[in-house]
Ligand binder design. Structure first.
Ligand code: ZN
Length: 134
């Protein structure tokens, strides 16, 4: 089982089979959203009173330290750290747009993209930016 970790406070965001985020919608309403820890699985769970539209740009926050998880690569992409069972670290970038399916898993050498919308971001420049997180 991979661990998912806040890049800011290093707190664990994975609880059981969910990664927990605090999110803010366009109306500045806060809610909690649960995402799957499986890369490429875009099912999400939320309370029905928390509403957003498909295509809406959400803001993702760490539920522990409340810091923004926005990446410095693209305003649509948030990031979390992932550690696999062998202790290897990755940076996982994912879209903050509701209903958009794009995820990128990056380690020192390679990038793996998942989701049918990933092509939207293939122009982004990874460079050495992610290395500061590892
Ligand atoms: Zn945090």
């Amino acid at each position: 089982m991979n661990d998912f970790i806040c890049p800011k406070c290093k707190g664990h965001l994975r609880v059981g089979d969910n990664i927990i985020f605090k999110v803010k919608n366009d109306n500045k309403e806060n809610g909690l959203i649960l995402l799957s820890p499986q890369i490429g699985n875009y099912t999400s769970v939320k309370h029905p009173s928390f509403k957003y539209r498909r295509g809406e740009l959400m803001d993702f926050y760490c539920p522990l330290c409340s810091k923004s998880l926005i990446s410095d690569i693209h305003k649509n992409l948030a990031l979390v750290l992932m550690k696999d069972e062998e202790g290897k670290s990755f940076v996982v970038y994912f879209s903050q747009i509701a209903g958009e399916h794009s995820t990128f898993e990056v380690d020192g050498e390679s990038l793996r993209a998942a989701g049918e919308d990933a092509v939207l971001y293939t122009y982004f420049k990874i460079g050495d930016k992610f290395k500061k997180y590892l």
